[in-house]
Write a protein of this length. Sequence first.
Length: 568
Amino acid sequence: MAFNPQFARLGEILVHQNIVSEREIKEALSKQKNFNLKIGQTLVKLGYITESELLNALHLQLEYDVVNENELLELDPEVVKKIPEPFAQENHVMALREDDTSVYVAMLDPENIAIQDNLKKILNKNIIPVLIGESTLHDTLERYYKSIRTSTQVEDAVGEFDFVAVDEDENEISIDTKGDADAPVVRLINLIITEAIKSNTTDIHIEPLTKKTRVRFRVDGALREVMSPPIGLHNGMVSLVKVMSKLNIAERRLPQDGHISLKTSIKSVDVRVSITPTVTGEKVVMRLLDKGEFGFNLNTLGFSGDNLEIFKKWIRRPYGITIVSGPTGSGKSTTLHAALKEIRDIENNIVTVEDPVEYRLDGITQIETNAKIDLTFGRALRSVLRQDPDIVLIGEIRDEETADIAIKFSLTGHLVFTTLHANDAPSTITRLLDIGVPNYLVSSSLNLVMAQRLVRKVCPHCKTDYKPTPDELESAGISEEEAKEIDFKIGSGCVHCDNTGYSGRTGIFEMLEVTPEIRKLIFAGENQDVIRESALKNDMCSLHESGIQKMREGITTIHEVIKFTISE
């Protein structure tokens, strides 16, 4: 007798398809009550099947259509919000589209008649259920209802704001930011900061354009536009940020820097504010720093096995300097704080001097510089020497004074960690010499120089094969023969990654161990090309090679490698 999935149990269908075994079905049945889930969801939780396999089996059994994930990227918000968000979240449903008589609704449990009856009352139309996976539904609900909430709140703020649009020839609009606490500008700034914190944003950009204000969040290293309030609100927004960060409201011609300490229901953050005048008005950039306990460790930063062992070896040396270099936002501070977290113990006195303190580490003395009261790096470091330190982290070497003190620390029995802005590991040494440190001091104090970048990771939910163009291969320094052996990947874009194709970031690293041979080259005053050539001969993995390796493993894309590294 032919197997008919419509008359079979879900477990029987999965066994018939050779996706699971009878033993795995029995195990899921025994654990089903503990999870308080249906058998299909239990199998997914146990890792025996994927959501896609579950949906396919349910489709065979129940004959409902499975949602097209491409459709989820372009839903009409007006249709989505016809189901109130609390109902949608509680009952795991979402409106997809509608016609004259029916609404297509994505459902985790399309057989639940009670939910269908309630949907008919809410929508006043027939309900056509569509199967959807739990994680896909969760991410889609979050994406659209967040957008709906944000749009509604922005509209409410703008709607209550009384202003007249003006061109650049007229006087600027004056907004009293000291008035009613429920003023629209106040609520708009609160909304922007709150949404940024929820989105794990690192930077907020509020910039004036010709006809509107553009608000962008930097997430995973890339900026994305989140809202566009009218230009008439811009001066009020800037003034409010100035009030919050204790800056001069009347000064609009010069750059200003300040900070705001915030405590939200989500977490406490320190907001670093930079305001710069432009030809269209003042631009605000706010950097969000989490004031909570540092959550990273060396094993999660993206080190390969060999590089991790090298790094761990040098951060446990009794003295000398380890320098991490790279541009702003490349993860230097994160790496060094992870190093401190790795080596902290009761026997060591660890002191940091930073501007600002980006991460809080329990059991470590952290000092924040303050130029307004003349607490500079130099002054703070000189006081640190009297605090009996074993290990010192200097947030950044910016000048000869700081470099000189760091070198002297390392030569008097202290282990020093610091950062420097440079393109790669060999040029970091050149940069240190340019600052004014003598060759013989650099050669005798350095232990390890590491350059790093952060590249975006391919979204695991929409990862797909990719064939690079000849131009991309040339830019990445990959021959056509080499390309044949690489399984290139790219993210096609889905609801899980907000249609970007990327989810999260990982590090790529270039480690230059200061061997006796390298010390001789530095002492002799050789340039960075000679130092690089020697390091490569001694098996240094360059930034480019590190990126290529991440690409070979399917972790990142060729576009990220091209964007952040230069082929040899």
